[in-house]
Design a protein around this ligand. Structure first.
Ligand code: SF4
Length: 304
């Protein structure tokens, strides 16, 4: 069974009406073997427009990062030529899937502007179905704790206060895990910690500008621009809930729930001060950081 947030099935790709198509994001898109075999028989120029990188067949891009099959009318030439036969990654995007011991979760990535708009405007709690059952006691503890954190975020009027409580909760929970006192986790209260001070945020943005590889030419100037206060309370709360949903359980792999909460809160703070409108801030942070394992590792190390 795959668990999803309530908005999951509401998503529909805007295709040629999309304001910022994923096909122009500059990503390296691997093509699965089965689809590539089909493309070899169906698309005459497929070998010219793809290449092998790190052992994977990927689409070549034009200067600026646009997929070579992206047409000037905003449609995908492969989709048209094959009657809609996309490779697995293009077919699934912006859906993501996480497999855990005992259950699988899916969601929509806010790197897609349509998914970001859908998620950020929700007024109801879309994460009410977070009960999970796992044979792994640590995973079960994390899942139960994440459910409590999600409820806290939704019920807190000020999302900044919720972010402070999330990071404090992560720190306290990690301490219990380290002390092997996880039987006390259900009694933990949400005690706030300070958000990242302005001068530390400025230093972190500068560090990211110097150390991350940019997909978009707008990324580094945006990081170095003076901070702006962006986003309504509803948008910021929904983004924080999304981050909590997406990152809390990854502590089962990283071994550090505090670092996961700190990374989530850093992304929350960063999207709140970039110079675009809030939806674009969230999308940009996701494209540049969330979709790069190296950048996320850098970030978790920086804040953890
Ligand atoms: S970014 Fe989202 S809405 Fe836009 S083309 Fe890609 S999947 Fe469709």
């Amino acid at each position: 069974m795959i668990f999803t947030p309530d908005y999951y099935r509401e998503f529909h790709c805007r295709a040629s009406a999309c304001p910022d198509p994923c096909c122009r994001a500059g990503w390296q898109i691997p093509i699965d073997e089965k689809t590539y075999k089909f493309y070899l028989s169906a698309i005459a120029d497929i070998e010219d427009n793809t290449e092998v990188s790190d052992g994977e067949r990927i689409f070549k891009t034009r200067p600026g990062g646009e997929c070579r099959y992206f047409r000037s009318d905003g449609l995908c030439d492969i989709y048209i030529k094959t009657g809609g036969r996309l490779c697995e990654i293009c077919e699934k995007y912006p859906r993501f899937f996480e497999e855990y011991e005992g259950f699988t979760e899916a969601g929509l990535s806010v790197s897609c502007p349509t998914a970001a708009a859908l998620i950020l405007q929700k007024t109801a709690d879309c994460y009410t179905g977070l009960e999970r059952s796992s044979p792994d006691p640590l995973l079960q503890l994390l899942a139960d704790s994440r459910r409590r954190a999600s409820k806290m975020i939704f019920s807190e009027r000020d999302p900044d206060e919720a972010a402070k409580k999330l990071i404090g909760f992560g720190a306290d929970l990690q301490e219990l895990i380290d002390l092997k006192m996880t039987d006390k986790a259900g009694e933990l209260e949400f005690l706030p910690m300070e958000l990242i001070p302005a001068e530390e945020m400025a230093a972190a943005r500068k560090y990211l500008a110097e150390n991350t590889e940019a997909l978009s030419p707008e990324w580094k100037p945006a990081l170095l621009a003076p901070p702006k206060r962006q986003g309504s309370a509803v948008q910021r709360r929904n983004y924080l809930q999304y981050l909590n949903y997406r990152y809390f359980l990854k502590a089962i792999n990283s071994g550090n729930v505090y670092a996961q909460c700190a990374a989530a809160v850093f992304l929350y703070c960063l999207a709140g001060e970039l110079p675009f409108d809030y939806e674009k801030n969230v999308m940009t942070v996701s494209r540049e950081l969330e979709h790069s394992a190296e950048n996320m590792a850098l970030l978790t190390e920086m804040v953890g």
